[in-house]
Design a protein. Structure first.
Length: 131
């Protein structure tokens, strides 16, 4: 879910989360959602190094550790996550993120985090018109 953004840098708005709904969950009601905050450039630099380490990893487990480390950065919470075996609400714990996703969903989540960190076109127009 995109919110209108003012021209303030997103990294300076730590209380302003953005929600991500995976494609496989779009038709569910209520929709399971991941809540993220924008990362600073410094945090993206760390994430980029982790991404490079993921690519260079000698085994799948190391690559997955790097991937989920990236996904945990900026993760504020989740909503409407239900344990399929018990029907109970899944309590938020960033360390449990890897129990909620399969690999293609984790990759989609990473792409959507990057999309969510970009200002939308209205915010860009507003920031371009600022003195």
């Amino acid at each position: 879910t995109r919110r209108p953004r003012c021209p303030v840098p997103l990294a300076l708005e730590p209380g302003e989360p953005f929600a991500i709904v995976l494609e496989c969950d779009k038709d569910k009601s209520p929709q399971p959602r991941f809540l993220y905050r924008a990362l600073s450039c410094r945090e993206w630099r760390v994430a980029a190094k982790a991404s490079a380490a993921m690519t260079d990893a000698s085994n799948g487990a190391d690559a997955l550790d790097q991937l989920f480390g990236i996904l945990q950065a900026g993760l504020l919470g989740w909503e409407n996550m239900t344990d399929p075996q018990t029907g109970d609400k899944v309590p938020f714990n960033p360390a449990d993120l890897d129990t909620l996703l399969i690999i293609p969903e984790a990759m989609e989540l990473m792409e959507k985090i990057m999309e969510g960190a970009r200002p939308d076109s209205d915010a860009k127009k507003n920031s371009d018109s600022q003195p």
